[in-house]
Design a protein around this ligand. Sequence first.
Ligand code: GDP
Length: 195
Amino acid sequence: MKVTNAEIVISAVSEKQYPTDQLPEVALAGRSNVGKSSFINKLINRKNLARTSSKPGKTQTLNFYKINEAFYFVDVPGYGYAKVSKKERQKWGKMMETYFEKRSSLKAVLLITDVRHEPTNDDIQMYDYLKYYDLPVVVIATKLDKVPKSKRAKHLKRTKNLFDLEPEDILLPFSAETGEGKDEAWSILREYMGL
Ligand code: GDP
């Protein structure tokens, strides 16, 4: 897809701030620092629309990026920071619940995971949680460039097995560094959003 327009529309803390124009959307979930912003930036050919390397402790918001007036990427706050207080975690959980449970324009969730490492318990819990809400999930195995070519198949298989993916869910190898997987990502997104 040729992206001619990309803008952040709102960093929402509550449901009443979510956009109401009914465009389809795809959310991105993953551990803090896994490469969610880099994924968005690579897909839309921008260096820095989505903020990369966001620091923990900053306000936890759902960031809605409107692309070509056609759909939204929704950047979900990262999980897995040990330092976050219990209260913060509860707030995060509530926000996720409101969003994933009720958002009818949400077409699929991209669960970003680092292909170098085994998915963490948090990753697997997130996957199971999304399946509980019957959401289609695409696992994006990112940072592929950091794994030698000879070892990639093994890493991908391990990721797939540990998530125990349901047959309809896709595992996509990706690198924000080299752009591998970018075209496939777009065709998957188009399909889910009916674009
Ligand atoms: P976020 O917190 O999930 O949004 O993660 P970021 O997009 O900020 O990425 C965290 C760090 O990982 C940054 O230093 C990125 O440059 C790096 N990074 C993200 N994706 C890739 C990738 O595919 N390959 C490599 N080599 N580095 C990546």
